[in-house]
Ligand binder design. Structure first.
Ligand code: NAG
Length: 122
């Protein structure tokens, strides 16, 4: 009896530690934008960098794209637009050291907001 209680306690501690390892949240994705200085069909062109600042990868990243209307087409494997959502990187993981970049053209600048992702720690 005493052994099984200890075992249970050890398991609890272990599971706590393993979830404690992953402190990543959706907000660890940052999106920065820079003007390229070019105009595409009369719209300002922007260079977007999506960075995952946390050690765990994030896949299936979706952005709020309501009102997004670029005059420059974007490779759908980088950003695929459907209805009011944009899927980043074809749903594949975004790693800590590998930012995703793309360009679009719209005036004024469009603010992309992350809405959901799958966080996985290896
Ligand atoms: C991830 O976000 C959490 C909560 O906002 C924050 O405490 C943590 O420092 C962030 N980690 C990195 C690496 O930015």
């Amino acid at each position: 009896m005493a052994i099984s209680v200890k075992l249970l306690a050890a398991l609890l501690v272990l599971s706590f530690i393993s979830t404690g390892n992953c402190q990543c949240v959706l907000n660890n994705i940052t999106i920065s934008q820079k003007m390229t200085g070019f105009q595409i069909h009369g719209m300002t062109e922007w260079d977007v960098t999506i960075t995952n600042n946390c050690i765990c990868s994030q896949s299936d990243l979706k952005l709020d794209c309501k009102g997004f209307a670029t005059t420059l087409s974007i490779d759908p494997s980088i950003l695929s637009i459907s209805d009011n959502e944009c899927l980043v990187n074809n749903g594949k993981p975004i790693f800590n050291s590998k930012p995703i970049t793309f360009k679009y053209a719209q005036t004024p600048k469009f603010n992309f907001k992350p809405i959901s992702s799958q966080i996985s720690c290896s």
